[in-house]
Design a protein around this ligand. Sequence first.
Ligand code: NAD
Ligand code: MG
Length: 392
Amino acid sequence: MKTQDTPARHIAILGSTGSIGTQALEVVREHPGRFIVEVLTAGSNANLLIAQAHEFKPNAVAIADLAQLEKVKTALEPADIKVYGGNESIAQLVEMEAIDIVLTALVGFAGLAPTMRAIEAGKHIAIANKETLVVAGEIVTRVAQEKNVALLPVDSEHSAIFQCLSGEGHNPIEKIILTASGGPFRGFSAQQLASVTLEQALKHPNWSMGAKITVDSASMMNKGLEVIEAKWLFDLTVDQIDVVVHPQSIVHSCVQFQDGSIIAQLGLPDMKLPIQFALSYPHRLSNAFPRFDFTQHPQLTFEQPDTAVFRNLNLAYEAMATGGTAPCILNAANEVAVAAFLNKQLQFHQMSGVVEEALAGLAVEQKPSIETLHAIDAKARELATHTIQAVV
Ligand code: NAD
Ligand code: MG
């Protein structure tokens, strides 16, 4: 990584129009001259992508949705910004010579291909797109190591653990403790969960995030995905990862060492902090973000997750223990289930069943290639779609 005396870090933001992407651009704005935006990409939000490009003057932009391509071209080509369309162009742009670090802030399995291409091209990765690690953690971490690429966590829990490990050299980890807010339905019974609405699920008590991760947080699948993400980022076994519910979201996660000492990282729930740390690592840049004050938060509480009501957490642990393609199946079925819930085609409490059916219905293959993962992802989506059609 470049050091403090290097004037600027050249970045690509994949998914710049989303929750993480827009907050990353706030971080860039907060530190003039520190970051140079080389590439911005979006799924389909042409208007925001155009506005961002006018402000941050990237070398190139890409939009996945080809129907929006002409609009973006018309707006940005006169400003001397290269414009591309389609998923393949996103994967190609990350290879650009000038880029030092790629922030993967797109959502879902769609992050896998461009993340792999960026790693292959030797770019450091600020990894927000947890689904990539869930699906292909073994390959992603191995190739990153081969290419000497840093995988810098953006997820707040993983950033916390990464920070707790700083300076610990090769001190073995006894276990990590991932904190979970518990989401809007913490304390609900199975019966109560059966009648929750989309609007309730989209109201997270502490964090403002994209729709998919907000639903995952309400269903505890987000924590399940994060358990698998942690396994790969920190090279842990299943029994080294604990989850504790901490409704205030101040303690972002902890590491317990072999002497029993626990180191935690704390702060207000603000994603700009972990985003900034990943982009500026190993440096901490000063900023004007609000500070945490202990006296304003006299109650920091901790409780067991309710895995009987929120089955997703155990499903993720089981998929992780099975390994191979199991987490890919879990992720694909969950993406389909969440999309159906967001479209009001499926009820909240029915999502876990869709994931269970997919895990039960598909054979697991160990040591899959990227091609196999793409095939399994497609199969699991098909199966999940059928399950949903049968349910509704
Ligand atoms: P979001 O839905 O707000 O934004 C997603 C971005 O990706 C948008 O720019 C969208 O245009 C783009 N995109 C979506 N589908 C795409 C596709 N098929 N191809 C190309 N681009 C596509 O999502 P988000 O909340 O910012 O989350 C992004 C990632 O970061 C997710 O993997 C999420 O789990 C992770 N994450 C988010 C938060 C958070 O606070 N939002 C916290 C931790 C981790
Ligand atoms: Mg998180």
